[in-house]
Design a protein around this ligand. Structure first.
Ligand SMILES: Nc1ncnc2c1ncn2[C@@H]1O[C@H](COP(=O)(O)OP(=O)(O)O)[C@@H](O)[C@H]1O
Ligand SMILES: [Mg+2]
Length: 240
């Protein structure tokens, strides 16, 4: 199947890559390596292959975290990562990677494309990507299909990690549906922006799902060094 994947030639948006060698992202890249380590620790105790990245609201950094976590994972020797744009309403990752946005997940879920025609890969063949696909009028219904559940199970067996970039929890139910199909959920919280009550409501909506922790995104450097609790530079992960 890998041989048949599309290799479109990627042009990563430097503003979305914490590994772009930009000075402003140095500590941020470090935090993604720490997040990766944390996830391997979780995996020592329980099966963990499919990860959902969501948040309470739009623009908290879900796509940023999904992409950079995938980049952190694939930088390791012999690790193969599948990144999936599961935000069928506001897809972002194809633009960030500079690759075609369709065919993707929606075409696959509608039965109009098979797995090998929606998976794209970089030239090294370490990072694999499925775009959201063409816009549809019924995203929640499509994400609820057994076809997706079955597909994710297959992908979990093929890749070291499957990372799904999801829509936010509060405006629509897509993320809740996806969370039920993943081994673990990471909740991104935009530091200094998203209120406590908003995050609590989102966590409440996700009750019964396997929440691994919270990534505090866009924390200022001073928050990283002050206080009793170690909030890390760009992103930190707290165990729930
Ligand atoms: N840690 C970060 N550092 C710098 N810019 C960030 C960070 N996280 C997100 N951004 C920027 O914030 C904007 C929204 O992020 P995005 O990941 O698209 O949000 P979401 O997917 O939650 O809607 C983007 O322009 C992104 O580049
Ligand atoms: Mg997004």
């Amino acid at each position: 199947m890998w041989q048949r994947c599309r290799k479109p030639g990627w042009t990563l948006d430097p503003t979305y890559s914490a590994f772009s060698n930009s000075k402003s992202f140095t500590s941020c890249a470090e935090q993604f390596s720490k997040l990766r380590t944390r996830l391997y620790e979780f995996r020592d105790n329980e099966p963990l292959h499919t990860l959902l990245v969501t948040s309470s609201l739009p623009a908290e950094g879900k796509s940023f975290v999904s992409l950079n976590l995938a980049l952190a994972m694939m930088r390791q020797h012999n690790r193969y990562v599948l990144l999936v744009d599961g935000d069928l309403r506001a897809p972002k990752l194809a633009t960030c990677l500079g690759v075609p946005g369709a065919p993707g997940l929606t075409e696959f879920l509608q039965g109009a494309a098979d797995a090998s025609s929606i998976i794209q890969t970089d030239t090294e063949g370490k990072l694999f990507f499925i775009s959201a696909g063409s816009a549809v009028s019924n995203p929640t219904e499509l994400l609820s299909t057994e076809r997706l559940e079955c597909f994710l199970r297959q992908m979990a067996a093929l890749f070291d990690w499957v990372i799904i970039d999801a829509p936010p929890v509060l405006p629509v139910s897509d993320a809740i549906v996806l969370a039920g199909r993943c081994d673990g959920v990471i909740v991104v919280v935009r530091a200094g922006s998203t209120g406590y009550d908003v995050v609590s409501t989102a966590l409440q909506e996700l009750r019964g799902k396997k929440i691994l922790g919270v990534v505090l995104n866009r924390a200022e450097e001073k928050e990283a060094t002050y206080g009793a609790y170690p909030y890390y530079g760009g992103n930190g992960m707290d165990k729930k």
